[in-house]
Structure formats: structure tokens, C-alpha cells
Design a protein around this ligand. Structure first.
Ligand code: WQD
Length: 341
């Protein structure tokens, strides 16, 4: 059974990826510092798959902690690296926390790959590297634009660090997945997105408003150059996103890579406006959402969605979960965590 290290594995994307990995025959080892998630997630992953992942409470930005853990857990062949600070707004307020955590964490991972002879890396990157693309849909060749936040900048910097590292370490292969907007929850409602405090992202704010936790959803601007005036994004179901990571691992295991570092846009290829997403949520759940239009949010781009043809062709992967199912899974998860019948 191939052993995979998932850093940040108790987080939203990490936990769903762990479930999909286990169900496809991998042995999963999770490290997480639990700064933005709970160890209960390990029990819930086990309830879904019947396999308890090996877990270490490790801060990947602490090299000694990471190396001590890996000395006790040999035989890892690949790493999927999620562990990072990821709140765009917070990164503007405390940039050094983001640069220290996200960049040191990656450097430690790369050094560990050399030390422990781990061959394959999937790096969690983001469409935020494209900024507001001139041309849409955005392809992997679309120009990288100056980051709009320290968070986004750490993604760009980390991609460059990996590029420079694999160039002189040909025995190590890497794939960077540039996610669009991850949404939804596991159909079991045992794992999902659990934002701490007031949600920054749209879907958790929608589901918390529907659950009565939030009074009203504020729609940040309807004066954009889009059909209904609200910004457009490419919302990708979390299960589809999880499976993209497995497709990337398999590409490297099967030595199908054409470059030592490859990039893939992981989205649905369809853009949806905020109002369209609200309508989709209401239609899927039958819940009328209380929202109001307010001013634009600082730093928001107008519209972005993916050209996924490269991932479709080279990874043999595409997003398949219907939007309605994504909305229902997100709502069922919210009801579960809020104790709503
Ligand atoms: C989506 C749309 C908002 C909340 C960010 C990061 C990206 C990735 C995903 C980490 C926008 C609107 C939102 C609300 C609203 N994160 N909105 N009211 O900003 O596209 O992407 O999260 O990797 O890197 O940049 O996602 O969900 O915050 O916003 O109107 O209460 O919903 O204006 O148009 P975003 P989001």
C-alpha cells in the first residue's frame, strides 16, 4: 500500500483528499498543527472510510518537529502539501506570519523530500496567481500578475521555489494545482468547511445565513462589468478537487510528467456570479436567503474562471459533481454542525 503524507490533512481540502486517497487504496499519514482545524476530523475521516490515518500534531514550519516525525514514519513516497495560512484578509494585516509560515513550511517540506527520499510533491496553489486575467477563461499560460495579497504572494513565491528546487533535484517531481474556489462538503456530512469566526468566503457565509447564525448575507457589489453586475468565480466541488490531487499523484507515479514541475488549473470551467450562486443554493435547498447588496470588497477581482482542458487531457480528470449536489452537501453539513434537523 503506497504511503502518502498529507500536510494540513485535518483542514477542509486536506480531509476530503485524505478520504479519497484512502478509498483509492493509499495509506495516509497526516501532519497538522491544528491551528485552524480540530483533531476530531481524524475520527470523522475514520468513520467515513474505516481506516484511521496516522496523525502527528506537527507544525511544518518547525523543521525539527517535521524531521523527528518523518524519522518515525518512514516509507512515504509522495507528499500533498496543504498546510499553510490561507486567509487573504488576515495576510494583509499580518504579512510576516504568512511569509514565515507558508514559505518556511514549504522549504522544510522540500528539504524533507531530499532527506527521506520522497519522490513526488503535489503543491496546493491558487488561481489567485493570475490576479484579474486580461483574457478568459484563464489557462496555465496566462500571465502571472503581481499578487493582490501577501497570501497570494506566498503562493507565487512557493511556486518559484519549487521550480528552482526541482531543476537541480531531478529525482524529485512536482505538480502545482491552481485551485479556483473550493466549495461544498462530503456527502456523509461528517466532514466539511469549518471556518473559525465570521466566514470570509461566500459559501460558508451563505450556509450560516440560511442556518440563522448570520442575520443577512452582504453581496459585495453589483456594479461590476458582468451580466448581473456581481463578480464571477469558478466554484469547484471539494470532492472533485480532492480527486484532482489523486490524478496528479498518479501522473507522477506513472512517470507521465513532461516537465519536472507542471501546473494545472483545477476548476469546473464555468463561471458563476454571486447572485447565480445564491439562486442555485435557494433552488437546491428550498431555503430563501436573506441578502442585501452593499459596496465592493477591497481586493476583489471582477471575474475569473478556468480553462481546464490541460487538466482534462493530461490528468484525465474533470469536475463532475453537479452544482445542485454541491449546494445540498454544503447545506446538510451546515445543518449537521449547527444541530438543525
Ligand atoms: C467569492 C465571491 C466576493 C463573501 C478567496 C481567495 C482564494 C481562495 C478562495 C484560498 C467574491 C463574494 C464573498 C461574502 C460576497 N482562498 N462574497 N459576500 O475571494 O474569490 O477567493 O477564497 O485559497 O485564494 O482569494 O472567494 O468566497 O471570499 O468570494 O459577496 O460575504 O463572493 O465578493 O465575489 P474569493 P470568496
Amino acid at each position: 500500500m503506497k504511503k502518502i503524507l498529507v500536510t494540513g490533512g485535518t483542514g477542509f481540502i486536506g480531509s476530503h483528499t485524505t478520504v479519497e486517497l484512502q478509498q483509492k487504496g493509499y495509506q495516509v499519514v497526516i501532519v497538522d498543527n491544528l491551528s485552524n482545524s480540530s483533531a476530531d476530523v481524524i475520527d470523522n475521516i475514520t468513520k467515513i472510510t474505516g481506516q484511521k490515518p496516522i496523525f502527528g500534531k506537527v507544525d511544518v514550519s518547525n523543521k525539527e518537529q517535521l524531521f523527528d516525525f518523518l524519522k518515525q514514519n518512514q516509507g512515504i513516497e509522495s507528499i500533498i502539501h496543504f498546510a499553510a495560512s490561507k486567509a487573504v484578509g488576515e495576510s494583509v494585516q499580518v504579512p510576516l506570519k504568512y511569509y514565515r509560515n507558508n514559505i518556511n513550511g514549504l522549504i522544510n517540506i522540500l528539504e524533507a523530500m531530499k532527506e527521506f527520499k520522497i519522490s513526488n510533491l503535489v503543491f496546493s496553489s491558487s488561481c489567485t496567481v493570475y490576479g484579474q486575467p486580461e483574457k478568459l477563461p484563464v489557462t496555465e499560460q496566462s500571465p502571472i500578475q503581481p499578487a493582490l495579497s501577501p497570501y497570494g504572494n506566498t503562493k507565487q513565491i512557493n511556486e518559484e521555489i519549487i521550480r528552482d528546487f526541482v531543476k537541480v533535484n531531478p529525482e524529485i517531481h512536482a505538480i502545482a494545482l491552481r485551485y479556483f474556489n473550493p466549495v461544498g462538503a462530503h456527502p456523509s456530512s461528517l466532514i466539511g468547511e469549518l471556518p473559525l469566526g465570521v466566514p470570509a468566503n461566500l459559501i460558508p457565509y451563505i450556509t450560516q445565513t440560511a442556518a440563522g447564525i448570520r442575520e443577512c448575507l452582504s453581496v459585495f457589489g453589483n456594479d461590476y462589468d458582468t451580466p448581473d453586475g456581481t463578480p464571477i468565480r469558478d466554484y469547484i466541488d471539494i470532492i472533485d478537487l480532492a480527486n484532482a490531487h489523486i490524478a496528479a499523484i498518479k501522473r507522477m507515479e506513472d512517470n507521465k510528467q513532461k516537465q519536472s514541475l507542471e501546473f494545472f488549473n483545477i476548476g469546473t470551467g464555468n463561471g458563476l456570479s454571486v447572485l447565480e450562486l445564491i439562486k442555485a443554493f435557494e433552488e437546491a435547498t428550498g431555503v430563501k436567503l436573506n441578502y442585501k447588496i452593499v459596496g465592493r470588497r477591497e481586493g476583489d477581482i471582477e471575474k475569473v474562471w478556468a480553462d481546464t482542458s490541460f487538466a482534462n487531457k493530461e490528468l484525465g480528470w474533470k469536475a463532475v459533481v453537479p452544482l445542485k449536489e454541491t449546494m445540498l452537501n454544503a447545506w446538510n453539513w451546515q445543518k449537521k454542525v449547527s444541530g438543525i434537523k
